[in-house]
Design a protein around this ligand. Structure first.
Ligand code: AN0
Ligand code: CP
Length: 317
């Protein structure tokens, strides 16, 4: 595997989930694979889970691991060509990327949507430059339009907790004080559309996601109706995608918060969220602390999704 940016990079999804569950049972069984190999994690944005779980995954595989926080200690990077660099950015990303590539064997990149220019975000300008210029296999640790390590961990978690062969999975928008990217819901939809689940997306009008990710999924604007009979409730906020509203907050409607009353509409559903989560905006204390909440095992599976992806990259070096 040379790149990991979306569900297609995993090939057969059933095979990938099976492999992940094997890795989970035997996470130190592949230690020789990463011997004398170096994993570099490059962060343009903050992280708790991705940073720790990906480093742990690399260590499980016997790799040396390094992390660089671009905005804390590294030189500020110019990303545009043609700019006269007389401002506050001393280095250009087009030198920085091949330099970083020389110090490692595999690179993970976190570069969120900047909400400055929709085309730049949806063309994955930063991630694609790493793919093009680093000379190394590159995986997304949440880029502008996707968070495939999260979605893979989510799928593994659903596989572990499902009680029926084809569970109903509902992705619901929920309110949040700040504008957040569409990366997590995009990737979740990307994966659920390929998985053997009954997938429904619910959000207020105006929060439609890119059709490239929604594909054939059912979109239901009435949250209560969408939640009926759900086996999994996956909550997430995102800012608007469509048209000139890109990156804007159109609603903070607290009637979309996942509460005990909302969960009562479901088939005793498991509650999921990628974390970090703002309590009593996205989800009530009661729901996230309830036995139905699987956010902690979900986060634990981030180590497994990362290890499976890095293992495949090591195998193809
Ligand atoms: C980020 C987001 O919504 O994309 C990261 C989630 C994993 N969340 C925040 O910035 C709070
Ligand atoms: N879920 C997730 O990616 O968390 P972090 O932003 O803390 O890495």
């Amino acid at each position: 595997m040379r790149t990991y940016t979306n569900v297609k990079d995993l090939g057969d999804l059933n095979v990938a989930v099976k492999e992940a569950l094997e890795v989970k049972k035997n996470r130190f069984g592949y230690k020789r694979l990463g011997e004398n190999k170096t994993l570099l994690m490059v962060f343009f944005n903050s992280s708790l889970r991705t940073r720790l779980s990906t480093q742990k995954a690399g260590m499980n595989l016997g790799m040396n691991t390094m992390a660089l926080d671009i905005n804390q200690g590294a030189w500020k990077l110019e990303t545009e060509r043609g700019v006269v660099m007389d401002g506050d950015k001393p280095e250009h990303i087009l030198e920085a990327i091949p330099v970083m590539g020389n110090y490692c064997d595999i690179i993970g990149v976190r570069a969120f949507a900047r909400f400055e220019n929709k085309e730049d975000d949806y063309q994955e300008k930063i991630l694609n430059r790493f793919i093009k210029y680093s000379g190394r296999p590159v995986f997304s640790m949440e880029a502008a339009t996707g968070h495939p390590l999260q979605a893979f961990a989510d799928l593994i978690t659903i596989e572990e907790y499902k009680k029926t062969a084809r569970p109903k999975v509902v992705l619901t928008w929920a309110p949040h004080p700040k504008a957040l990217p569409q990366a997590v819901p995009n990737s979740f939809a990307d994966f659920m559309n390929e998985a053997d689940v009954d997938f429904v997306i619910t959000h207020p009008e105006g929060y439609e996601l890119d059709s490239k990710f929604v594909r054939g999924a059912k979109v239901e604007y009435n949250q209560d109706k969408a939640l009926e009979g759900a086996d999994f409730v996956y909550a997430k906020n995102w800012a608007a995608y469509a048209g000139s509203n890109y990156g804007k907050i159109l609603s903070k409607d607290m009637s979309w918060t996942v509460t005990t009353r909302k969960m009562a509409l479901t088939n005793n559903a498991c509650f999921m969220h990628c974390l970090p989560v703002r309590r009593n905006m996205i989800v009530s204390d009661d729901v996230i602390e309830s036995p139905q909440s699987i956010v902690i095992p979900e986060a634990a599976n981030r180590e497994i999704s990362a290890q499976t992806v890095i293992k495949r990259m090591l195998e193809s070096l």
